[in-house]
Design a protein around this ligand. Sequence first.
Ligand code: HEM
Length: 138
Amino acid sequence: MTITQIQIRLVRRSFGRAATKKRLIAALFYDRLFELDPALRPMFKGDMEEQGRKFMRMLALIVSHLDNPDQLKTKLQSSNQRHTTIGVRPEHYETVGAALLWALEMGLGKEFTPAMREAWLTAYEIIAQLANPYASTG
Ligand code: HEM
């Protein structure tokens, strides 16, 4: 799985726009996530404000390291540990990816172009490979 420089730029540009609507996009993300899989709700213990901030921090981390996967992998090691401890399963990555794409689409509306969507799909797949301790990596 590779991402092009053009796609990295599209991800960064759309993230820049998403950052101006942090609270909205985080709220859309969690609403959609718990709608897709209500069983995930109990995993998120903090208040939703804090959870929303964590969500945006997580995205910022991803976006800023897209062209440096090795460095990103190191950064994700502690969150991997945390994910395993709280019972995150491989199939949850797909659900989170779907909720993320949906939140960006809803939050950004027409600003979120098909090319941006494609770029985020690729980016998320790469990140999920690194973040998911169960994924087989090549
Ligand atoms: C690409 C995929 C993912 C990445 C990069 C990622 C990244 C992170 C990071 C960096 C944190 C720590 C946040 C912080 O404490 O500031 C975190 C926490 C967490 N993640 Fe993920 N995550 C991913 C997928 C998932 C999935 C699939 C689930 C399952 C539903 C999940 C559930 C959680 C939960 C419940 C926490 C703990 C929040 C808390 O401490 O209360 N994550 N994640």
